[in-house]
Design a binder for this molecule. Structure first.
Ligand code: 8YV
Length: 313
């Protein structure tokens, strides 16, 4: 067995757990609040960290691991980790792009269909015996609508492909226009929201996109507009969103991600015009299996060939 020690920041996929336990000494973090103190004791013994989109590495933790060699992230998003601090130390960091695109795009569609066609309410209606007393409310179509995608990256493009099958018209906003797609480009998020029946957020998280979706964007989306977020909670001003939903400034929201997960405000839970999911965009059996394999492949490649495969820095 190798003498290397791996720190695993949160509960890992079974495949990763088995691989790590076969090849390394594994330290599981059970108490994040006590991690700084723990690393002050054992940080120098750690060479490898397995992070996740959910629990990343802060600079103060990186600083407490002087012998850190590599960080492999279980997830495509890495806004939870201080990438600059790793870069400054020349420590490679990998993520898990592409393998989760289908699952996340499916989740966006599930949220959109459930929200607009009121699937959860319809289910309750049947279970509560209300069908025997009357008919369920009519809802808008999803098919044929105008959909704006904020962040037309690799996940955004797979969502667009799904929507094309629903005969939707698609436009998008990115910082720069793409030259490899025919969809209409809108130069601002406000312009995109004004145009859209449905606005889907698929952009990266982090400081650059924080509160990109604010009160003004929600007003522009309008009373008949629906918002879907499968990206990061931080991209939306959550307070402004709750107010917009309470005041019917927009028609509804389908959310897989939130500020301060896993805590979701009561005010949001009480609303009828929302569908809420517990950050399971990539949570299909197939996607998680491939993400786990990519974490393992990155780690193996680093020690066998000198670098990670899907490298961020
Ligand atoms: C998480 C995600 O990885 O990939 C991302 O960026 O947000 C998710 O796929 C997943 O929740 C495990 O942490």
């Amino acid at each position: 067995m190798s003498q290397k020690n791996v720190l695993v920041l949160n509960s890992p996929h079974e495949k990763i757990k088995q691989y790590l336990e076969q090849h390394y000494q594994v330290i599981y973090v059970n108490d994040l609040a006590g991690l700084t103190e723990q690393l002050a004791q054992i940080g120098a013994s750690i060479q490898i960290v397995i992070s996740s989109a959910y629990v990343g590495l802060k600079k103060e933790w990186i600083d407490l691991m002087p012998n850190l060699e590599v960080v492999c992230n279980f997830g495509v998003g890495y806004d939870s980790t201080d990438i600059q601090a790793l870069k400054a130390r020349g420590i490679p960091f990998s993520n898990t792009p592409e393998v989760l695109n289908d699952a996340v795009a499916d989740t966006a569609m599930a949220l959109l269909l459930a929200l607009v066609r009121q699937v959860c309410q319809a289910d309750t209606f049947v279970r509560n015996g209300l069908w025997e007393k009357g008919s369920f409310t009519l809802t808008p179509n999803v098919s044929g609508k105008k959909v704006g995608i904020v962040g037309l990256g690799s996940i955004g493009k797979v969502i667009a492909k799904r929507l094309s099958g629903f005969d939707c018209e698609i436009a998008y906003h990115n910082r720069r226009q793409r030259d490899d797609v025919d969809f209409v480009y809108k130069a601002s998020v406000i312009e995109l929201a004004q145009w859209s029946d449905f606005l889907i957020i698929a952009t990266v998280g982090g400081p650059d996109t924080r509160h990109l979706i604010n009160h003004d964007v929600l007003v522009a989306l309008g009373r008949e507009g629906y918002l879907i977020n499968i990206a990061r909670g931080s991209v939306i001003d959550q307070e402004a969103l709750i107010q917009a939903l309470q005041n019917n400034t927009i028609a509804g929201a389908g959310l897989d991600v939130f500020d301060n997960e896993p805590f979701v405000p009561e005010s949001l839970k009480q609303l009828k015009n929302v569908v809420l999911m517990p950050h399971v965009g990539s949570g299909s059996i197939e996607a998680r299996d491939q993400m786990a394999q990519l974490v393992i492949d990155n780690l193996e490649n680093f020690y066998q060939k000198g670098d990670v495969i899907t490298k961020v820095v």
